[in-house]
Every structure is written in C-alpha cells, then in structure tokens.
Design a protein around this ligand. Structure first.
Ligand code: SAM
Length: 291
C-alpha cells in the first residue's frame, strides 16, 4: 500500500479530491515518515494494542499505525474526508472511524467496544486550536488510556513538561502531572507538514498514572491550583483569597491562606509557580479543613 506520509502523496491526494487543508479544524498534514516512526516507537505500540487516533486527516499516520497495532480507532470531525479515508484505508480490516468531535465522543464506551474495556494507546497530531481540552478529556478519563503520544505546539509541550519555578510552569503543568508522567520525545520543524504551521512542534508522551501521585480532594486541589495561577503577578495568597470562591464556591481569607502556608512551612508572599504538586496537595488539605 502507498505511504500517504510524503510530500508527493499528500499533494496528489489534496489535488485528486480537490481539498484544501481547513484552518478551522487545525489541519496540517504530516509528510515525514520518520516522525510517525518516532511516535510509534515512543508509544511502544505492539500487535496486541488498540490505538485511538484523534484526527486522522487524510490518513498520514493511520496506515503505519494499523501495520503496528492490532486495532486502530480514529475520531475525525471533518466529514469531507470520508472519500479520502475510504480510498487510503481500503483493504485494512483493523481500522474503524468514528465521525464526530472527539470532545463529544464517549471515550470510555469506545474503550469498551474496541478493546474490551482495557486501556488504549492514544496517538495524534493534534489540532492546535483545541489541544488543552482534548488532553484534559483524555487524562480525566482515568483507566481508558495507557499512554498519550501527541504532536503539539512546542510551547505547549514546554509548559506541560516545565519544572517548578520556571517561567513556563503553570496550572496545566500540574494538572497533566497529576494524571501522568510527561516527556518530550521529538522536536518537529514546520517543514514536516503541508501546509507549514507558523510555529514549531514537539512530540510529547504522557504515561498515564494508575493512581494519583498525591492525596487530596481532586476538585478542591484543582480549584486551589487554578486560583493560585489566576493572576500571574499576584502572590498565591492573594490569588487564592480573591479567586477561589468564583472557581469552587468556597471562601477563604488572605489571612487563612497565609496561616495555611505557614503550617506547610512556606512564606506568605510565595507565588504559585514555586510550589510542587506535593506542596499544593498539602496546602489544599490544610485549606480544606478551614472551609
Ligand atoms: N493526523 C493527520 C496528520 O498527521 O497529517 C492530520 C492532523 S491535523 C493537525 C488535525 C486533525 O484533527 C485534522 O484531520 C482535523 O480535521 C481533526 N480535528 C480537528 N478538530 C477535531 C475534533 N474536535 N475532533 C476530532 N478531530 C478533529
């Protein structure tokens, strides 16, 4: 079968089907097989695995995934790609396509239907306009996915993998770390896509945790984290005192946050970016008792 993931095949398909990459769906088609191979290697796909591919597009990765895995399930929003995928995936008995928005698909039901409820491996060259909601949906469906290996904008990968205290560290870093162990596995320049995106990209692999790494009421922990980073220039105490009620309906005063910080052994004027996930968990448990 012809490999779609080359500049020549991609242009041929776009011409044959009279297609243009749609900006509104974040379409940038991958044209470098080496990158697809790196994605397959990083996610350690074997013939026993069921892979969920988000946004197969014109099938640039799908054929190689189907060669490596037992089963591939794709979710694609752009129904004008139906004839393309019908041609490109013709004769492949182990690929199924769910047409629709991945944010509306019942992923637990998909894991049940296609993999007997066992965790699947997610692979995607993600549409950049909707990266964070897709990642959070995948992570929050705990137990459905073993790993998530995805192409994202380089800055997003750096934010997700940032160390405490660094400029890129924020609420998304902590949220992803709560559910998984993230790692950047490849840098990808714009020349690897048609059309070329205006930004650099990275492949990132998130290995899902089976248990949370810290003990805390999950909703309240995330509310404290979000409030802490709400306004970057504010201290954590001001951010939490001013923002927690709007996020989760619980009220704490600046003095209560300062005293909780003191109990944890942290200064009252500390900023959110200095705290590790473990420190946020201790702080949120202490604040929880005060509310
Ligand atoms: N996998 C292909 C590749 O690597 O060349 C295409 C990747 S392109 C960056 C993103 C793909 O995601 C497009 O096919 C787009 O139509 C699809 N997409 C965008 N938003 C989506 C959504 N909410 N649900 C499912 N698919 C979506």
């Amino acid at each position: 079968m012809t490999n779609v993931c080359t500049p020549g095949e991609t242009l041929r398909i776009l011409n044959q089907f009279n297609l243009r990459a749609k900006k509104k769906f974040g379409q940038n088609f991958l044209i470098d097989v080496n990158i697809v191979q790196k994605i397959i290697d990083a996610s350690q796909i074997t013939e026993k695995d069921c892979v969920l591919e988000i946004g197969p597009g014109i099938g640039s990765m799908t054929g190689m995934l189907a060669d490596a895995a037992k089963q591939v399930v794709c979710v694609e929003i752009d129904e004008t790609l139906r004839p393309v995928l019908a041609e490109v995936l013709q004769g492949r008995g182990n690929v199924d396509i769910i047409w629709g928005d991945v944010l509306r698909v019942d992923l637990r039901a998909a894991a049940g239907k296609y993999n007997g409820g066992r965790p699947m491996k997610v692979v995607a060259n993600l549409p950049y306009y909707v990266t964070t909601p897709i990642l959070m949906k995948l992570l929050e469906n705990r137990g459905c996915f073993e790993s998530i290996t995805v192409m994202v904008q380089k800055e997003v990968a750096e934010r997700i993998c940032a160390a405490p205290g660094s400029r890129d560290y924020g609420a998304i870093t902590l949220a992803v770390r709560y559910y998984s162990e993230p790692e950047i596995v490849a840098a990808v320049p714009p020349s690897c896509f048609i059309p070329r995106p205006g930004v650099d990209s990275s492949v990132m692999c998130l290995r899902a945790r089976t248990e949370p790494p810290v003990q805390a009421d999950e909703k309240f922990l995330f509310a404290v984290i979000r409030a802490s980073f709400n306004q970057r220039r504010k201290t954590l105490a001001n951010g939490v005192a001013g923002g927690l009620a709007a996020i989760c309906g619980k009220t704490v005063t600046r003095e209560q946050v300062a005293s909780a910080l003191a109990e944890v052994g942290l200064p009252a004027d500390i900023r959110g970016e200095k705290l590790s996930l473990e420190q946020f968990a201790v702080l949120s448990r202490t604040l929880w008792k005060m509310t």
